[in-house]
Design a protein around this ligand. Structure first.
Ligand SMILES: C[S@@+](CC[C@H](N)C(=O)[O-])C[C@H]1O[C@@H](n2cnc3c(N)ncnc32)[C@H](O)[C@@H]1O
Length: 243
């Protein structure tokens, strides 16, 4: 009981710290830099990353996030978990929900380009979707990634065949609703791997309870840290749909 309370207080403290930092740095973006960090990283990538090189684009975004302004990319550590899951499933058709500046789309696109696969990426923010599209194009992956501006709910009518892999990295309170939408529309097949980011940092008990206990998934938790924040625990849930 005491351990549970301590864990909960620790978690509240971490989330408070995280949002406090985001609030302050967003104010700094607005009043000091006078540019959203998403457009700033785009300019930085277009200026410094080698065109046509996903490796260079990813390294440039990592360097921006570490040395200039923090970015909510999946980052290299959790990105490696994502890539491993894609390789394990041999994924060709991948869906991402939540693209932000296109870091994970570049990571997934790099993986799929090698084997003729395709990524459909859904992003709710028009400005973020444009940044992601330009960064992915700079990486030379425009033909591998299709961006759709909206939510899964608004775009699901355009999705027809099941995906081999799904990356959930949007707002955490809709992970479960969106997973159920995908199930209902038969957009998962036996063997589809669903990778959900940030489930160790944010509380997502409904989603985790569902994939771990409903009996339709074989699910594991991969412990990691918050992107570019080595001291803060985070984790990725990797769940294979059993059909
Ligand atoms: C954590 S960031 C994604 C990071 C990205 N996957 C990466 O690793 O580079 C979350 C993104 O999800 C988007 N988002 C939030 N709710 C969404 C929704 N319901 N549907 C689609 N995108 C959403 C936000 O605008 C934001 O750009």
């Amino acid at each position: 009981m005491t351990m549970t309370i301590k864990k909960r207080l620790g978690s509240m403290h971490r989330i408070g710290w995280f949002f406090g930092k985001q609030y302050v740095t967003t104010l700094i973006d607005r009043y000091v830099h006078r540019q959203r960090r998403e457009e700033a990283v785009m300019d930085f990538v277009l200026q410094h990353a080698t065109a046509g090189s996903p490796d260079s684009v990813l390294a440039t975004m990592d360097s921006f996030a570490r040395q200039r302004r923090w970015l909510q990319n999946v980052g290299p550590t959790k990105g490696a978990v994502l890539v491993r899951a894609l390789r394990e499933s041999g994924a060709q058709r991948v869906l991402e929900i939540g693209s932000y500046c296109g870091y994970s789309a570049t990571l997934i696109g790099r993986e799929l380009a090698a084997r003729g696969g395709h990524l459909t990426a859904i992003e709710i923010s028009r400005r973020n979707a444009e940044v992601a599209r330009r960064i992915v194009a700079h990486a030379g992956l425009a033909s591998v990634v299709t961006f759709r501006r909206g939510t899964l709910e608004s775009e699901i009518g355009h999705l027809t065949e099941p995906f081999d892999a799904i990356f959930l990295d949007h707002w955490k309170d809709v992970y479960l609703a969106d997973l159920k939408r995908l199930e209902e529309r038969r957009l998962l097949r036996a063997g589809t791997v669903v990778v959900a980011d940030n489930v160790g940092f944010f509380d997502v008990p409904d989603y985790l309870g569902y994939v771990r206990e409903c009996g339709r998934y074989t699910s594991r938790y991969e412990r990691a840290t918050v992107e570019y924040q080595e001291g803060l625990e985070d984790g990725v849930e990797v769940s294979v749909f059993n059909g």
